[in-house]
Design a protein around this ligand. Structure first.
Ligand code: GUN
Ligand code: FE
Length: 426
């Protein structure tokens, strides 16, 4: 039986407003799930394997709700451009390479190793248009033990010639992947991935919506990231109410579980529609700064009850570290506060930590918290290199870890109760 007890300083956010702290306590894990947190151990747990992390902090694993695996070699390149020129000059030429499975394997093993290193235990990932390398990525995630939704990208217009798919073939290949991977793994699942509205014909959007409903498969895409993109979508769909409703017209907006990257320029009406359809927003602040996209009004989304998680948006973003992205989320929200004449309150530390754990985690199920019944996805943090100058509460230690720590402070990673070792030899 996969039962264990972990001892340490336990911290997690069951809601955006509450940080639950259990100093020097025991976490009981049975069959990969949290069953209890207690101060003293009673006899009923005799025989459970005890792991003693006294003095270390135990937190939920981080969740990356939006990134592009084939863009990993581009991380840090071309970030003086805006979205559309950046896609044309840097992103599409790189994504063309993934018909080459050897190259894909080299990139994906580095990416998965680095997700592991930074403590990202679950992620929602765009692959490229290429069926075989999308399958390879899923198989490599399965081998790693990390959780992921992985989507073969669909696009049949307004992209580079080599990335322009035949619509019928694209749908057939997507359906093949769904049938093969829907039940292959408990932790790694397919997700339908129209790149964004401008690169998909109406036929493509129609068929993808049908596939989503037929197989009950979730959806990921981009929404309202950049002002030129918003104008472009208006030109392509002049009769639609707005960008968000275009997705809804094709059953790609919450008819099955959906996450949309960015959501910077949504009108109030569009935010209300996301809230009504329970559509997730993936906030990617590093990417939004780099591509001068803008600052998402996260506070408004939270007030309107839209579920929000955080994304690295590699390679629009320049860091895989959800730790750093949590800090950047607070900074971005403060700039938004100034920007709105102090109307939209900045996010608290607690709220941003919640977004990087349970906020995005809930897209995967009972993930991102240590409440009873949650999957035990966890990180062991050794913050001794960051402390020692003055007395700190556990919450203050956590702030230091987020703002000044890095992957070197993460000493162990767990997914569903299993300790995950470095996935690939590099
Ligand atoms: N919109 C369409 N494709 C992309 C992409 O690859 N990255 C980002 N950030 N936005 C997009
Ligand atoms: Fe993206």
């Amino acid at each position: 039986m996969n039962n264990m007890i972990l001892k340490g300083d336990i911290a997690f956010t069951p809601t955006k407003d509450i940080m639950e702290i259990h100093k020097n306590s025991y976490m009981i894990v049975e069959e990969g799930k949290v069953v209890d947190i207690c101060k003293e151990l009673d006899n009923s747990y005799k025989g459970y394997h005890l792991k003693d992390f006294t003095g270390k902090i135990i937190i939920p694993g981080f969740v990356d709700l939006h990134l592009h695996a084939p863009q990993y070699p581009n991380m840090g390149l071309g970030l003086d451009k805006e979205l559309i020129p950046w896609l044309d000059t840097y992103t599409f030429p790189e994504e063309e390479k993934y018909s080459d499975l050897d190259y894909a394997k080299k990139v994906y093993s580095r990416l998965i190793n680095d997700l592991w290193r930074f403590g990202t235990t679950r992620s929602a990932v765009f692959a490229s248009i290429h069926k075989e390398s999308a399958k390879l990525l899923m198989d490599m995630f399965i081998e790693s033990g990390l959780g992921a939704y992985v989507g073969k990208v669909n696009m049949d217009q307004n992209t580079a010639p080599k990335l322009t798919e035949d619509t019928k073939k694209s749908i057939e290949e997507t359906e093949e992947i769904l049938e093969e991977y829907m039940t292959k793994s408990d932790l790694v699942k397919p997700i339908i991935t129209p790149r964004f509205i401008p690169t998909c014909s109406e036929e493509m959007l129609t068929r993808l919506g049908e596939l989503a409903i037929k197989y009950d498969i979730p959806i990921q895409s981009h929404l309202n990231e950049n002002t030129s993109e918003v104008i472009w979508v208006k030109e392509l769909f002049p009769n639609s109410k707005n960008y968000t409703s275009v997705y809804e017209e094709f059953n790609l907006l919450g008819q099955t579980k959906t996450v949309m990257g960015h959501c910077i320029y949504n009108t109030d009406e569009e935010i209300d529609l996301m809230s009504k359809n329970k559509v997730y927003a993936a906030h990617c602040p590093y990417s939004n700064y780099n591509l001068s996209s803008g600052i998402m009004p996260v506070r408004k989304y939270l007030d309107k009850g839209v579920p929000v998680g955080l994304g690295s948006d590699i390679a629009g973003g320049n860091s895989l570290s959800i730790m750093s992205i949590i800090g950047c989320t607070i900074q971005a929200s403060k700039m938004k506060w100034l920007d709105t004449n102090k109307e939209l309150q900045p996010l608290t530390f607690n709220e941003a930590f919640f977004l990087g754990t349970k906020g995005g985690g809930s897209f995967f199920g009972k993930v991102g918290s240590f409440e009873k019944g949650y999957d035990f996805d966890a990180l062991i943090i050794d913050d001794s290199s960051l402390t020692g100058l003055k007395e700190l509460s556990i919450e203050e230690r956590l702030q230091k870890i987020i703002y000044t720590g890095d992957d070197r402070n993460i000493t162990e990673r767990y997914v569903k109760g299993i300790k995950i070792e470095k996935p690939f030899i590099s």
